[in-house]
Write a protein that binds this ligand. Structure first.
Ligand code: HEC
Ligand code: HEC
Length: 503
């Protein structure tokens, strides 16, 4: 199945990230804030703490506005965007989880109604009823997290579902529970950080000291839940997925490390400004804490999304919307057949289907600089070998002829001057550039699929032989199609590394 396409120059990943990060931030905060409000209200009423009740009423106003309006708008926005960016995956999600979505929307409606009643009920409802409404709000909000959590985790770790096709196997998948409790911790942390932000604007008196401390403890409690549940979550991701990322795709690993840094800074701000010197928790600190929390969350979601590559649904559908089950068929019979909405430009259609979900030509993850100065044969061979390039890309699932068509489409648009001319390079510097363009996509010295052992131990003659035989090493490895000048520069470059190695 496929759909009309949507061509824009911005990377799909960036559009998704922009909307999704706002949405997950607001929606988790809405859940944690709900719990914060009812518990803080219960305590305040018990102590007849009027100042705190006033604070909570004020907080709930902002809270309802942000969570209901922003949450609902960006939630619809996410559907709109994923439908445009990856219609095939969106279809799978709706098709398999239609009852889950129906339940989710039901809870969402209850959540919205309860939120409005809670906000408008401060003066009109009895204390008891008001707190009951607050609980209804929190529980229904958390239930929608419970439901969506099953679907989001299924995309990364569908578990036995890939074999059985059983709804529950996909739903209660290997990362379901760890992710649920991790996200619950995130909700609590965000609720606290948000309440802190509101309190940060208060003047530095005794009430501020009290409320900032309370809010900080709340947020620290959330962080404390996040630490073990994050470790649990990471350990629940199957080893193959983590290993594949460690080998070829450092994006999720970097994102994961960034989450630790954000968490450490956030903990510092909460303990020092929130707990030790609460009167100093001013608006600047409030903003910094929000930014750190948002940064943490952005990196976490980035990790989760990028570790899934080359799939959008692990082992079931590639990130470009092509189902794994049909890959072999397309490779034999052709991918073009499967494209329902074709234009007069077949090569461009193939490019859209196979590559466009992740690359633009000269904007986001651009292909132009990766190919400027190379040739059509090389490009076609790279296309046939995308799955062995560093980055965990899906394989090209079309025929060789179709790879050639995509190559012609790319070749038409690149800079056809000599590499030395485009980059104004000569000698060893030129050789390094040739290496980066023609070899470095698949072999990084000291890194991914390193060939230093063979290359740095070779004489000039051996290197010449290696280049002559390049096409024979593996189906996916391109032959060397550069000219004499490039060839000489490349050999000189490798020999220069060779010298360095010896010294
Ligand atoms: C699932 C997303 C995805 C798809 C689909 C995809 N790529 Fe990639 N590709 C990537 C990522 C991510 C990188 C790494 C980019 C980076 O490191 O900046 C990459 C890197 C590359 C590189 C190396 C770039 C360089 O500078 O060395 C080439 C060439 C490439 N892709 C070509 C293609 C072609 C051709 C297609 C279609 C047949 C394709 N890709 C499909 C995600 C994808
Ligand atoms: C599209 C990816 C790709 C590109 C580009 C590429 N290679 Fe390879 N190369 C491979 C694969 C796949 C193998 C065989 C399996 C393996 O060892 O990973 C291989 C094997 C080799 C080997 C031999 C085996 C060994 O283990 O010693 C050498 C040497 C080598 N490549 C050097 C190069 C050089 C030099 C270039 C640039 C001119 C280059 N490769 C470009 C993918 C590539």
């Amino acid at each position: 199945m496929n759909y009309p396409f949507w061509d824009i120059d911005i990377g799909y990943g960036i559009i998704m990230a922009a909307i999704a990060v706002i949405h997950v931030f607001v929606s988790h905060f809405a859940i944690g804030g709900g719990l914060y409000l009812v518990i803080a209200e219960t305590i305040a009423r018990k102590n007849n703490d009027q100042l705190k009740l006033q604070f909570l009423e004020k907080l709930s106003k902002f809270f309802v506005l942000v969570s209901v309006v922003f949450g609902a708008l960006t939630g619809v926005g996410i559907w709109f965007i994923i439908g445009l960016l990856n219609p095939a995956a969106t279809e799978v999600l709706i098709h398999n989880y239609v009852w889950a979505w129906a339940a989710e929307w039901t809870f969402f409606v209850i959540e919205i109604i309860a939120a409005l009643l809670y906000f408008y009920g401060w003066k009109t409802l009895s204390a008891k009823n008001h707190i009951i409404i607050g609980w209804i709000y929190f529980v229904s909000a958390w239930m929608s997290l419970f439901i969506i959590n099953g679907i989001v985790t299924y995309m990364l770790t569908p578990g036995d579902w890939v074999v059985t096709g059983n709804f529950w196997d996909g739903y209660f998948n290997p990362t379901f529970w760890s992710s649920l409790w991790l996200r619950t911790g995130i909700c609590i942390m965000l609720g606290g950080v948000y309440a802190l932000f509101v309190a940060s604007r208060y003047k530095a008196d005794d009430f501020k000291k009290r409320i900032v401390r309370f809010n900080s403890l709340w947020a620290i409690g959330g962080l404390a839940i996040m630490i073990p549940t994050m470790l649990w979550y990471v350990s629940a991701i199957p080893k193959e997925i983590v290993d594949a990322a460690l080998e070829a795709n450092l994006t999720p690993i970097k994102a994961m490390n960034a989450t630790y840094i954000y968490a450490a800074f956030l903990a510092f701000v909460l303990v020092v400004f929130g707990f030790l010197i609460p009167k100093k928790y001013n608006i600047v600190v409030g903003v910094v804490a929000m930014v750190l929390a948002l940064g943490w969350f952005g990196e976490y979601e980035w990790m989760r999304e990028s570790i899934r590559k080359p799939y959008v649904i692990t082992n079931y559908m590639y990130a470009n919307g092509i189902d794994v089950a049909n890959a072999e068929k397309y490779q034999e019979e052709g991918l073009l057949e499967s494209i329902e909405f074709q234009t007069a430009d077949k090569p461009a259609d193939l490019f859209r289907r196979a590559c466009r979900s992740c690359h633009t030509f000269d904007g986001y993850k651009p292909l132009k600089p990766a190919f400027d100065g190379t040739d059509e044969t090389f490009i076609a061979q790279i296309i046939m070998g995308t799955h062995v390039i560093r980055a965990n890309m899906p394989p090209f699932v079309g025929t060789e002829e179709e790879a050639q068509m995509v190559a012609s489409h790319i070749y038409k648009q690149i800079d056809k001057r000599h590499i030395s001319e485009i980059y104004n390079l000569d000698g060893i510097a030129l050789g390094k550039k040739v290496y980066d363009l023609r070899c470095g996509k698949c072999h990084i010295f000291g890194g991914f699929n390193d060939k230093s052992e063979t290359l740095l131990g070779s004489t000039e003659e051996d290197l010449g032989d290696i280049l002559d035989m390049a096409g024979d090493f593996a189906d996916e490895m391109p032959e060397f199609t550069g000219d004499e000048k490039e060839r000489k520069a490349l050999i000189d470059y490798i020999m220069s590394l060779n010298e360095k190695e010896k010294n």
